[in-house]
Design a binder for this molecule. Sequence first.
Ligand SMILES: [Zn+2]
Ligand SMILES: [Zn+2]
Length: 356
Amino acid sequence: MTVTAEPATTPASVFHGVEETDDNRWYLIDDLRLVSASTVAGIIDKEALKIWAAKLAAQAAFAELPAVVIASRIKPCGNTGSKCSGEGGHDSQERCDRCPCLECKACMTAWLASRHVDHTRRRADEGTRVHDVAEWWALHGEIRPYDEDIAPYVKSLLAFFAEYGLTPDDFLVSEAIVVNREDGYAGTTDGIIIIRADRTDAAAKLVSRVTGIPWKQAKKRGITVVLIIDFKTREGEGPQFYAPQALQLTAYRHAKTIRIKNTDIEQPMIPTDGGMLVQLRPDGFTARLVMTDEDTYRRGFLPTLATATWVFEHGPAAISSRTFVLPETLAARRRKAARDAATTGDAPQTITHPAA
Ligand SMILES: [Zn+2]
Ligand SMILES: [Zn+2]
């Protein structure tokens, strides 16, 4: 897809919002529906996540042991999979006669099996609020009031700022949508920051790792690097990173344009020297430089994007019983369409019969 530059008098582009399914997102920009870079990275299977999800279910079973024992003796209510509440249904607080009973063996099994879903939802909400604190700081230079439950992450965020001597001015961008129409994706970057070697030893060492200049020299010369960053909150102890996180950051770094928040203005992407994940945990933070170069983009992200696009656009048809249709069925469908057209008064289709 190529979009030619529009005249300067019209807004560069219009953002219509984000379309979300269970765990996939698309950015609606102009008349395009661009898959989110995090959705793309998310299609890579992570074995550790399965083990983690199973562990949560096992822990919940032990925590609720009496209820589990009782449930084991209650016959399935038959409503376990009912989608009566939520979107298109009644309020989640209300009850109807199609509601899952939440007490039978089947309902208990479903509840245990979905512990990771609830956990992920809660963690995503915490993550969003921590991001909001970071964004506010970058824009206004102060830490705005926040809920007590995210206090440990905010403390780690401040420790990160202090370690590298960052000030709000060092955020060239915070929370912005990045777009790549050509390759067909979009995303939201947490920020693009300047690391200045003369601020702290840690900053000098970070600059040194990116540039190859010895850190004391980098510090003396006041060398700077520009990094695209992504904040990740993690509840567990100690750093843990996954390769798909590097792909996500790579995609952001290789976007073509970046949108100025709350405007329809898109400007060329800001060039960066590298990408860094900043993991915020209750026990501290880890700032980790990750591979985001051209090779990671070409051989890592783009093939994953192609696979994800295939899965979303062609996956259902690839295995559908409707894909390889018997010629007789096709002929019958055509006859039915012709009959329907005749009865609804549409222009009759000409059906030619072989000469008798
Ligand atoms: Zn209900
Ligand atoms: Zn039930």
